[in-house]
Design a protein around this ligand. Sequence first.
Ligand code: SF4
Ligand code: SF4
Length: 183
Amino acid sequence: MQLKQLVPESFCLSCDVCCRFSEGYTVWSPLFTEAEIKHLVNKDILPPSIFTSPRPEADGNKVKHEHRTRRINLVAYKDYFICPCFRPEDKKCRIYEDRPFECRLYPFLLVNRGGKFYMAQDTKCPYLRSAQQEEIDSYVNYLQEALQADEARMFLKNSPQLFADYPAADLKLLFPINNYGSL
Ligand code: SF4
Ligand code: SF4
């Protein structure tokens, strides 16, 4: 699913936040659906071994295989960890055209708060900290509208494992996503 990007590429290329992590396994590392993994593996873009093993999930029985999620195995780099698709030398994603939905959405996040689903923004993103509120509001309106399209609603309904329990202090909740189970 394609999404218009809010943050200009030039801004991201001078930022040190995305794709780098303080821990080797974290809720902030990118989630890939099984369908996204299959696409990357079948196109020989990434090997299957680069992803974590499938984990039993509380809702695993309800979620079809192609909509389940796995994280990518982060790799140690200097004194932190990076996504293995990240190229530190030019700060680019080497699978940019095929990156997962979660990376396309960032700095916006799918959040699970006690079984309720929300769209949120990551308050750590320097662009969101410095942008005019009108620009952010306009993008959030676009996002809300884009996620009402049938393809997007179906994707979100089918992919509850993409909604993660991020630390509340890093989030600004934007709007509820109520379509899970309603289609
Ligand atoms: S944190 Fe924000 S500005 Fe920095 S790379 Fe990520 S999206 Fe771009
Ligand atoms: S897949 Fe690409 S955009 Fe996503 S975390 Fe890895 S390097 Fe960054």
